[in-house]
Design a protein around this ligand. Sequence first.
Ligand code: SAM
Length: 219
Amino acid sequence: MHRDFWLERWKKKEIGFHQENYNEYLIQYGEEFFKSCNFIFVPLCGKTKDILWFYHNKKKVAGIELSEIACKEFFIENQISYNLIYYNDFIVYVSIDKKIIIINGDFFQLNKELFEYFEIHIDGIYDRASLIALPSDLRKKYVEKIFELFDDKIKYFLITMEYEPLENSDKEIGPPFSVPEKEIKILFQDKFKLNKVKEKPIERNNVKNCKEVLYFLEK
Ligand SMILES: C[S@@+](CC[C@H](N)C(=O)[O-])C[C@H]1O[C@@H](n2cnc3c(N)ncnc32)[C@H](O)[C@@H]1O
């Protein structure tokens, strides 16, 4: 269900989450936050332009994305030539200069061997609209997978969203899902020091008190 939902959205071009420009928080804080990092992981990357921001800031980048359409469109729209490498259940798109890698497949199937095989040594994570794309049961698994894959010292730039439903209801609305600070603490605080950097109110239909929140997580 979860996979089909996203594949269908890409097929029907229902990708309102996609930003045509670099993310404003990445522009404002990225250079300083990632200055000690060389290789950035972008989970659930879609075809985000933010990958290019890292590339232009002299970082290597590896993303993972379920939709083949998104992976192809990233390289075609940005006129970057690539090779395709088949690795187990994944199709891996590698730019000719080997600085951008997009893994086409399921994030939850990732393992350390793949990272070793492609010599991907991650020291920074960039998460915009990724954790909040998942319902609560998958959010827990997502964070467990991050911990499993990256046990070294790592920096994590996390952009989330919080809002309240218009009427009282137990049903989770989303995606994007509302992920309040107390859940972020529960998910991450065993492994990371958490720093809430910014909150910005935003307009969103059918919910109230909506805001974007930026966290810096460091080990
Ligand atoms: C809300 S979008 C955000 C994309 C990107 N982070 C951005 O800022 O544009 C979530 C993306 O996650 C992808 N996705 C969802 N579940 C996934 C999974 N299990 N493995 C890999 N990608 C997944 C979807 O196809 C979609 O492109």
